[in-house]
Ligand binder design. Structure first.
Ligand code: BG6
Length: 494
């Protein structure tokens, strides 16, 4: 099906299709390319969302170079292992034929340059070039320099992976390096959380529904929680993790970006500049992080992981209380939590609404309902869901309140046929040149600036048991509120 030519069966307008492209994957044999990028590109091709004509060039330093056929075999294995659609049939053959490889070292970029030229000739005309830097941050600068020096960067776009810097000074230096070669309109700093359907749905929910926007402020909302516990431990990534820690790996990137979407003012239009202006305004309104409002944790056993310093102070868990000091949010705490080796893997934003002032219901009727007011719960796991928690009258002679839920689930409401994973969605947007869901240079610099007090004086890490919800101190951090996870009301039954 060519979605760019015909309206879909449901009458929705066809999705835009990018111009012809040569996509170059730096780090083509790495973990990210294997798990996400190669399977994602194939899924886009299968869904008819890749450009009409495209080529994908894989690249690594010469010491790890592959031949074209080896790269195709590598891609096939990656798609078979991690893809949603098996690498079979004509669609795979066509995709496979579009793959090639060219090694590049700073002093020997020729094989890559030749591979890109050959790919461009195969596409014909003047295809766009998109570079995806799926390489460790230490390699960003040399790759950018190489793209500048070879001329490959001319008119091209670049996707830069996280973490973008480790503090304000390094983020500024990295921005300067990038801007020497790519102007900001061609830079796509990726955060795969922003590609998740349910995160985009925060915009739809807030700005397309008269039901929610009027209450989306300090008058009606008492607190907000952004909770991303992970069940997985560091999964052998000691080298990356020891130098990064959970705050830099998850908070500065994913959780703050979500906060930007939850807290933003209505943008004048759903386009990149307006959206990113509003997001950056939120970051400007945030108060610098106070170490007293942070709990750092480390799971028991982390120091025994291979490659981890036995005296490591790296955190595998962070909980924070964050203040957004503007007219909409003053006095409303934002509670953030994320960590490894926790009880469950969840992605949840909870908007806690104030209780009504008029307490006409008897106290015992309210406490029977768990003492909780209304909440809106956005679960952005794939597929996502949206739950409104309310209090209703329990059937029976007495006026007793009970907690109930109204649930919208993506999987039960829509077909997942057209759904894209975070990375797929974002690579497509980068090919379309739409920066709406990518972090801007001033935004990321502001986030590092806010983080400085915590990075300069981090509280000591507290141990927690694997399979728990983190150190005990997190309860005091959010008092008088409570963490919504675990779902106590579910465990306790009605
Ligand atoms: C990555 C982090 O960016 O996001 C990982 O580096 C983390 O440490 C992952 O596990 C979580 O992403 P998701 O989409 O699996 O929740």
């Amino acid at each position: 099906m060519d979605r760019s030519d015909a309206p879909s069966a449901t009458g929705t307008p066809p999705a835009a299709r990018p111009d012809d492209h040569v996509v170059v994957l730096f780090g083509a044999t790495g973990d990210l390319a294997r798990r996400k990028l190669l399977p994602g590109l194939f899924h886009l091709a299968k869904a008819g969302l890749m450009p009409r004509r495209f080529r994908i060039v894989g690249t690594t330093p010469a010491s790890a170079a592959l031949g074209d056929d080896e790269f195709r075999a590598h891609a096939r294995q990656a798609v078979a292992e991690f893809g949603r659609t098996p690498p079979e049939g004509p669609a795979w053959q066509e995709f496979e034929a579009a793959l090639s490889f060219g090694a590049a070292d700073p002093d020997a970029p020729e094989p890559l340059v030749a591979a890109v030229r050959a790919a461009e000739q195969a596409v014909g005309g003047t295809p766009r070039r998109l570079f995806h830097l799926a390489v460790p941050p230490v390699a960003f600068t040399s790759v950018i320099d190489l793209l500048g020096a070879t001329g490959l960067a001319r008119d091209a776009r670049v996707i830069v992976e996280k973490p973008f810097g480790t503090d304000l000074a390094s983020a500024r230096a990295l921005n300067a390096t990038i801007h020497a070669v790519f102007d900001e309109s061609r830079v796509f700093r990726i955060d795969h959380f922003l590609g998740k359907e349910a995160v985009d749905n925060i915009l739809a929910l807030r700005f397309a529904n008269g039901l929610f926007e009027p209450v989306w402020n300090r008058e009606h909302i008492s607190h907000v929680q952004i909770d991303v516990p992970e069940k997985i431990d560091i999964q052998g990534r000691a080298q990356f993790f020891e130098g990064t820690g959970t705050f830099r790996d998850m908070v500065v990137t994913h959780l703050f970006q979500l906060l930007g979407f939850v807290a933003m003012e209505p943008p004048v239009a759903l386009e990149a500049r307006a959206l990113r202006d509003e997001q950056v305004k939120v970051f400007r309104s945030m108060r610098p992080l106070d170490p007293a409002d942070a709990v750092r944790g480390q799971y028991a056993g982390y120091r025994d992981e291979p490659g981890v310093d036995p005296a490591s102070d790296t955190e595998t868990f962070v909980a924070l209380r964050v203040a957004v000091d503007n007219w909409r949010w003053a006095g409303v705490p934002f509670h953030l939590r994320t960590g490894k080796a926790l009880a469950e893997g969840r992605h949840q934003v909870t908007i806690g609404l104030r209780e009504p002032v008029l307490r006409m219901f008897p106290l015992d009727a309210r406490t029977a309902a768990g003492g909780r007011g209304n909440a809106l719960v956005i679960d952005f796991a794939d597929p996502g869901s949206l739950t409104t928690r309310l209090l209703v009258k329990e059937p029976g002679a007495d006026m007793r309140l009970a907690e109930a839920e109204m649930v919208f689930g993506y999987d039960t409401s829509f077909t997942s046929e057209h759904s894209l994973e975070g990375y797929e969605h974002l690579i497509l947007e980068a090919m379309l040149g739409n920066q709406s869901l990518f972090t801007r240079s001033d935004g990321i610099e502001r986030l590092w600036e806010l983080s400085a007090p915590l990075l300069d004086a981090p509280p000591p890490v507290r141990p927690y048991a694997p399979g728990s919800w983190g150190p005990d101190a997190i309860d005091a951090l959010v008092a008088p509120h409570r963490w919504y996870l675990p779902d106590r009301h579910r465990d306790e039954g009605p």
